[in-house]
Design a protein around this ligand. Structure first.
Ligand code: GLN
Length: 256
């Protein structure tokens, strides 16, 4: 019995040290594995206006896309954007993609799989309701049918609401359409997309600030492979330079 326990402990220690070794290999000799080929492959989900959406030319556009292109320019690498489902972005880092930018909130759970750059934007979840709804407080959401985009912080909030039925969609806009069709009592989505969606249906939807509901401020950041310190430093430096030289503010003005 004792021998078995020691064996298990040894195996655990070995796999932890192997994991640690694996993390460090992302930064061999001061080089970033992600940048080594001169291409930064970026995952996004172009369903989150104004941060990312499909532009008139069929390609992803928006604040985040412009920001990561500017970062790529500072880093001297080509940026290639891959449009995918939001829920796959974190798990694709290190295999299909190098980083992800998608209005992604820094959360402790995500931090277990990826590192985050310095935050670049503050947001809060909003509650969209039909124009004639009486929903006005957190308690009013209890027992309601509430829509969200799968795997988002809005989704995690609904999971915690007493008796609520969590309706997950691949695109937030599909949840908004079901709100308009009377299939949902509310939709929980980030502040800026909430504003965009409401502007499309001003007579049908009301956009309620999540602060009234006690939702906490969230911070958006670029998700990066765990342990690639060279990449993290380069990206953070680029973000700070873009803030200092006015590029960041110009993008805010253009897109947000
Ligand atoms: N900020 C939210 C999150 O990180 C939603 C992001 C999104 O839908 N693109 O979960």
């Amino acid at each position: 019995m004792k021998k078995r326990i020691i064996g298990i402990l040894l195996t655990a220690a070995l796999s932890i040290s192997m994991l640690a070794g694996c993390g460090a290999s992302g930064t061999t000799g001061g080089e970033s594995e992600a940048l080594a080929d001169g291409v930064l492959t970026v995952g996004t989900n172009a369903e989150f206006p104004p941060f990312e959406y499909v532009g008139d030319d069929g390609e992803p556009d928006g604040f985040d896309i412009a920001l990561i292109n500017a970062v790529g320019e500072k880093l001297g690498v080509k940026v290639e954007v891959e449009n995918m489902e939001f829920d796959s972005l974190v798990s694709s880092i290190g295999s299909k993609t190098d980083v992800a930018i998608a209005g992604m909130t820094v959360t402790d759970e995500r931090k277990q799989s990826v590192d985050f750059s310095e935050p670049y934007f503050d947001a809060v979840q909003h509650v969209l309701v039909p124009a004639d709804s009486t929903i006005a407080s957190y308690e009013d959401l209890e027992g309601k049918t509430i829509g969200c985009q799968l795997g988002t912080t809005g989704d995690f909030i609904i999971e915690e609401i007493e008796g609520a039925s969590d309706q997950q969609y691949n695109k937030a806009v599909d949840a908004v359409n079901d709100l308009i069709n009377g299939r949902l009592d509310a939709v929980i989505v980030d502040s800026n997309p909430a504003e965009v969606f409401t502007a499309n249906y001003p007579d049908k939807i009301r956009d309620l600030d999540g602060e009234t509901f006690g939702f906490e401020t969230e911070q958006y950041a670029i998700a990066m492979p765990k342990g690639d310190k060279v990449l993290a430093e380069a990206i953070n430096k680029a973000i700070n330079e873009l803030k200092a030289d006015g590029t960041f503010d110009a993008l805010v003005k253009k897109y947000l």
